[in-house]
Design a protein around this ligand. Sequence first.
Ligand code: SER
Length: 390
Amino acid sequence: MNTDRTVSTFVDFFRDRGHQRITGDSLLRPPGDPVLFTTSGMHPLTPYLLGRPHPLGRRLVGLQRCLRTTDLDEVGDPTHLTVFEMLGSWSLGEYGGPQSLRWGYELLRDGFGIPPGLLHVTVFGGDEQVGPDTDSLRTWNELGVPVELTREDNWWSNGPTGPCGPDSEIFVWTGDTPPSGTPGTDGRWVEVWNHVTMRYHRGEDGGLRLLRQPSIDTGLGLERLLTVLQDKPSVYECDLFDPWTSTVPGLWDTDEVSLRIVYDHLRSGVVVIGDGVLPSNTGRGYVLRRLIRRVLTTLWRDDPSRTLSDLPTEPLEHTLDHFRQPGGTGPVRDVLLDEERRFSRLLERGRQVLSRQGYDGSLREQDYGYLHETHGLPRELVDGLRGSRG
Ligand code: SER
């Protein structure tokens, strides 16, 4: 099942059950939002989960692009991506958790053809403040799906304050052997779908208050689902990444982890640029700058003559099309190449400064401070240049 069919199967399933499709927001949050980027499917819906009526009604379905920098160091492993997409379904104060779980089970089994014997779920087992999620436990018992109870792993919030509540996560077995263990004991259980009962609001003082109307928020990572449905060992082998994996390795011959960093960071960079961000030294622009510079550092480690101007148009075009970003590949390529030139000049200056006397031994804090403030050389880059001198 390819990407388009996977998305339409999900959306149509919920449409048939009275949900209206919402258009996914851009990655950029409006002014006043404390975070830089949309980090989960429910994020743009926060006011509605807190009780404001949504113009499209109380049952919604959608696909939302998200960006998480918390996972940046994990990029390169089989499952973590910087920009990813979440399919989601929402009940704004209408049906409850058991209905959501039953539909989830039905869609995975009948819509996506996942054998029920390959499913395992986790459920909130209760803590000092909130009792166990008995509704979810009972529902899964009735459906005959094995349950593991946890505490922290089954409590969802999008930050220290705001809507939150117990969740139930659905895992699919990806091992070559018959299923064994539980999600908590065997990493071959891969989490695909999270159903949250947003029942509480956590205030500034850390206290929980009950929401007037609890809502259901579910999120299913598109790329992880594709990996399972297409029976691939990593997200990078799904059809979504074909335009990258069919062009980049022929261009830049390097190891698998480096290739994954290049695919992920370049693709994420293209989406961020497509949403209107330019590289800079603060905020969103700094995240973009780090992504592009990490690609360049990775490529130049093996061969400093590599350049992003060799990048074929196909992966850029496919990415912009997939995320429905107008404007064409030309402006995106210009931003990438401009950043490459800046970084290259900065490295050159860094080499010259560091080759001067006084920077041979270990550096003091004031050296780092001087190099940064006077020469624009961040610590990371100074360390990298000193390390690469051997
Ligand atoms: N908010 C939950 C998550 O991000 C479900 O959408 O996993």
